[in-house]
Design a protein around this ligand. Structure first.
Ligand SMILES: Nc1ncnc2c1ncn2[C@@H]1O[C@H](COP(=O)(O)OP(=O)(O)OP(=O)(O)O)[C@@H](O)[C@H]1O
Length: 225
């Protein structure tokens, strides 16, 4: 379980999260909200990339600030900027990088399996930085999923994907045993989710079923500044 207790965070004097309390137990959780409403900051708290100014975060009872390695072993994070997530020269090496014994036959078999699953099988020896934007997003997802985290946090993983790959990603998320927390502006991706949070100005302003949450969000966005 992921728990936030009265968590606040500011960048300088800009308050970005304001006393957010949540218990996240569902298998599929979506987070939506306007640009700058605090979604990425909330996600980054979960694996200790951002620290709360006040309040507490617990992931399976662990404190991401004090036990970042333990937490990051359990929480896979797909960043919005897939380029920043590429750490090795080739596609296959990048996927293998997260595995403890990356040169073993077992690891290599696993890499091939994962690349095939994400439509990157023909690109194994391709320079990772030369993939298309959408392929890089798929690579980022593959590189995280190969490590089999308990929880997957995806920050806008579909922005550059074409329709076929949005469908592939949706199906992939659907089939995963892991808990998924998905931050997205693609509201239809959340249709079958268990729970959707709507964020506005650093607060969770709606928390419920996908249809009700997306209606709430559409109405919120229709209100002029
Ligand atoms: N490292 C940082 N330093 C200073 N300000 C930051 C930093 N990261 C985010 N912010 C600010 O915090 C606010 C919330 O940002 P955050 O990325 O959490 O929003 P978001 O809801 O994910 O937005 P988007 O939908 O545009 O990705 C924004 O105003 C942003 O400019």
């Amino acid at each position: 379980m992921i728990e936030l207790r009265k968590v606040s965070h500011s960048y300088g004097d800009r308050a970005v999260l304001r006393s957010v309390s949540l218990r996240l137990t569902e298998r599929r959780i979506g987070v939506i909200g306007a640009n700058g409403s605090g979604k990425s900051t909330l996600a980054r708290l979960i694996n200790g990339l951002v620290q709360p100014d006040t309040g507490q975060v617990r992931v399976a009872g662990l404190d991401p600030v004090r036990e970042p390695r333990e937490v990051r072993r359990r929480v896979g994070f797909v960043f919005p900027d897939a380029d920043a997530q590429i750490i090795m020269p080739t596609v296959a090496e990048d996927v293998a990088a997260g595995l403890p014994d990356r040169t073993s036959d077992t690891a290599q078999r696993r890499v091939t399996e994962v690349l095939n699953r994400y439509g990157l099988g023909d690109h194994a020896d391709h320079p990772a930085h030369l993939l298309s934007g959408g392929q890089k997003q798929l690579l980022a997802l593959a590189s995280v999923l190969v490590t089999e985290p308990d929880i997957l946090v995806c920050d806008e993983p579909t922005t550059l994907l074409d329709l076929r790959n949005v469908t592939l990603l949706r199906r992939t998320l659907d089939e995963l045993d892991q808990r998924v927390i998905l931050l997205t502006h693609h509201l239809e991706t959340l249709r079958d989710f268990d729970r959707v949070l709507v964020m506005d100005e650093g607060r969770v302003v709606f928390d419920g079923a996908p249809e009700a949450a997306t209606s709430y969000y559409r109405e919120l966005m229709a209100t002029p500044w």
